[in-house]
Design a protein around this ligand. Sequence first.
Ligand SMILES: [Zn+2]
Ligand SMILES: [Zn+2]
Length: 433
Amino acid sequence: MRPFLLPFITLGIATPLHGQSSRLDAEVDRRAAQVQGTVVTWRRDIHEHPELSNRETRTAEVVASHLRSLGMEVRTGVAHTGVVGVLRGGKPGPVVALRADMDALPVTEEVDVPFASKVRSTYNGQEVGVMHACGHDTHVAMLMGVAEVLAGMRSDLPGTVKFIFQPAEEGAPAGERGGADLMIEEGALDDPKPSAIFGLHVFPYPAGEIRYRPGGTMASADAFRIVVRGRQTHGALPWAGIDPIVVASQIVLGLQTITSRQVDLTAAPAVVTVGAINGGVRFNIIPDSVVMLGTIRTFDNATRNDIHARVRRTAESIAQSAGATAQVVIDTTSAVTYNDPALTDWLVPILRTVAGASHVAVGPPITAAEDFSAYQRRVPGVFFFLGITPPGTDPSKAAPNHSPRFYVDEAALPVGVRALAHAAVDYLSAQPR
Ligand SMILES: [Zn+2]
Ligand SMILES: [Zn+2]
């Protein structure tokens, strides 16, 4: 992570108070109010036409034609279906990026709204319903709204805003690549290169409220695969072989002591889960091998590396104690979603102004992962959460993201549009020139 220098913070103009930026801020609010209805229309259209990861062709077309209609430079086909729009302001200044993800999930919608998805598709060979059960439809619609707001004030913008519409946040289908890493590989952060990036995710907090967390906000997600090899034998003669099922069982319990006994959980939470064990075909045959699959979630890189080492040591040593072997492969899929602390400090007063001070608070760390982390490894960034649970529903009982009953109170969307638009405008305005 490169150091992030914010000299303007020490100058005390982090919250724009000067004539120029307060005028721009008023203009953002005026234009955001105008685009409010259209954002809801876009959201419903995208919600009704969800597309799985790396298949977001219709969504990408909707996005690209909108950005083109606003006069932006538009690149399509980035990381398969990604769209990158560049809005060059009329005045010189820095480059800031905003990101939305576009993909839906293999979930059959159970929400009773007129624009509910009836789409079906195949996912990894299985026939599935398709639904925007993670709310990426709202992310796309809100960022399209921000694009319209900022394009309308282009001549006054002191710098450039880059709009990144990314496919496959939920992960590419088996055998394919995709998502943030591929977007970056294919130049999403180049020419022009942003010096900061912002993004948001809808989440079951009270509608219109914002939660943020400096530092690690969402977990790293690493998939592991352990192959335990013993020696096949008759189920009645276990001493004639080496039983990998018993060894795998010991490894499951051993792995649980990593988070419960070995890692300092007061420093940062962590999770080690074994999600699959496969071995054996018959009641009276002890098999040759067992394959175990699992996931590791952490909130900082030191803990992450430490747990990786402990998973290997635990599996290998337990196997060795039985005369078996354990081969451990850890696939580092998503890094920690790490909010640059200085940039977060700078953003919070803006979020308070947008959502109301009492509606902005530090949120808990979230053990799900998010590939926004890939951008944050190259560019300081902040990823925050926008509440979408309607009044009258207890957020702790609301259907979570990925549920077939995940429901978005659209009253929250204008807050998201304004939060991202102000973040971009204030970032450009606050840079010393
Ligand atoms: Zn999701
Ligand atoms: Zn998501």
